[in-house]
Design a protein around this ligand. Structure first.
Ligand code: PLP
Length: 376
């Protein structure tokens, strides 16, 4: 919670649920990454929070952007972000969308299979491509370890295939998993990259691009290491495995940039017990899995929650969302406690909710409108 957001709530008493994002914090987080990773180009992962004020701010600060779809690309272009500042980082794309991206000037694409390379060679001839490989995602609260990336042993052949198909094999990428708790998680992936660079070089191709992906954390219930712990570990691995070899290093932070900048305010709709001797209260909020908190799926992301009664005695709760779907439970097994003084009608705040919330909200399940957003 920042003073600016606090003031906004006090002065505006907005209808709930709503997300309020302090753009000063977005800028600070972007700047911190630039400062801690000098020489690394920051490609903001648009999907984390694609709101126009966030994109426009990062545009003005000089950021690059990693887009997951043609729609994100077109959104960035409409904001005056030039195609040379954009990459198409999804490894699974319709050929028609590759073509549209190529036609508007996008020249940097991700892939992880020969089938995708064939599409790229037809729809984006001569473009620069980088290969994503699998890396262990241990320590990540929101892993990305199975769906995208090929086995590292396949990368060398694929990059050679890319050259044979008339594409420019520029380098490699990986993702250590989102909300990565372990600052040294990048080490294994960077050592793999160095091995790939050298085996591709043995085949006569010099790579230049190393894409570190995302994974930098926001602050939820479990305390996290500070950003410099992460960036120092990354810089150490880069020095260790690449020495002073000239290299274009890019990172694709998503969550880190807007995550801590946002707060969702929600109203308590009901507090009840399933039986009179039950200690555990059910607390129903007006926001849930479908209204902007999909990352509570399997209770993976555990937000910090602020109430007007903090400091008072607490008791165990099941936190649930407002829709009539049985799966719309926020936390049960995670063992949340909330103040016994909490009442129906109280406003509570879900902290560090600036990433992967509003853009994920359903369009109208049960008639509930999408999460309202304010960028201040
Ligand atoms: C989602 C995504 C990111 C951002 O990940 P965070 O964990 O939010 O930093 C970066 N790169 C790619 C390819 C992604 O899909």
């Amino acid at each position: 919670m920042t003073p600016k957001i606090e003031r906004f709530f006090a002065e505006n008493q907005p209808d709930t649920p709503c997300l309020v994002v302090d753009l000063d914090i977005v800028a600070q987080n972007y700047q911190a990454l630039c400062d801690e990773l000098p020489g690394t180009e920051i490609f903001y992962a648009v999907k984390a929070n694609p709101a126009e004020p966030v994109l426009a701010l990062l545009r003005d600060l000089g950021s690059y952007f990693d887009a997951a779809s043609i729609y994100e690309i077109e959104q960035c272009l409409a904001l005056g972000i030039t195609p040379d500042r954009l990459s198409f980082g999804h490894t699974v794309k319709k050929e028609a969308h590759i073509q549209r991206a190529f036609d508007v000037g996008i020249r940097q694409f991700a892939f992880d299979s020969i089938q995708e390379l064939e599409k790229l060679s037809r729809a984006a001839p001569g473009a620069s491509v980088y290969c994503r490989y699998l890396t262990p995602n241990g320590g990540a609260d929101w892993p990305l370890s199975d769906k995208f990336g090929c086995h590292p042993d396949n990368v060398t052949d694929l990059l050679c295939n890319a050259a044979d198909l008339g594409l420019v094999p520029s380098g490699v990428s990986f993702h250590v998993g989102s909300q990565q708790r372990n600052p040294t998680a990048w080490n294994t992936a960077i050592s793999t990259a160095a091995r790939i660079f050298s085996s591709v070089s043995d085949r006569g191709i010099e790579l230049s691009l190393l894409n570190l992906g995302g994974g930098f954390p926001s602050h939820y219930r479990t305390p996290m290491c500070a950003l410099p712990d992460y960036t120092d570990a990354v810089k150490h691995s880069l020095r260790h495995y690449f020495g002073d070899r000239s290299l274009r290093v890019i990172a694709e932070p998503g969550r880190y940039i807007p995550g801590d900048a946002g707060v969702i305010q929600s109203e308590v709709v009901l507090i009840s017990r399933k039986s009179s001797n039950e200690v555990k209260r059910w607390v129903y909020l007006d926001v849930g899995k479908f209204g902007g908190l999909p990352e509570v799926l399997d209770e993976a992301i555990q937000y910090r929650i602020r109430t007007p009664h903090d400091g008072g005695a607490t008791g165990p709760v099941v936190l649930a969302g407002p829709t009539c779907d049985e799966v719309d439970v926020i936390y049960d097994a995670a063992g949340y406690e909330l103040p016994l003084g909490l009442s129906i009608g109280d406003r509570v705040e879900i902290l560090s909710a600036g990433a992967y919330t509003a853009s994920y909200a359903s369009v109208g399940f049960n008639g509930f409108p999408p999460l309202k957003e304010y960028y201040i």
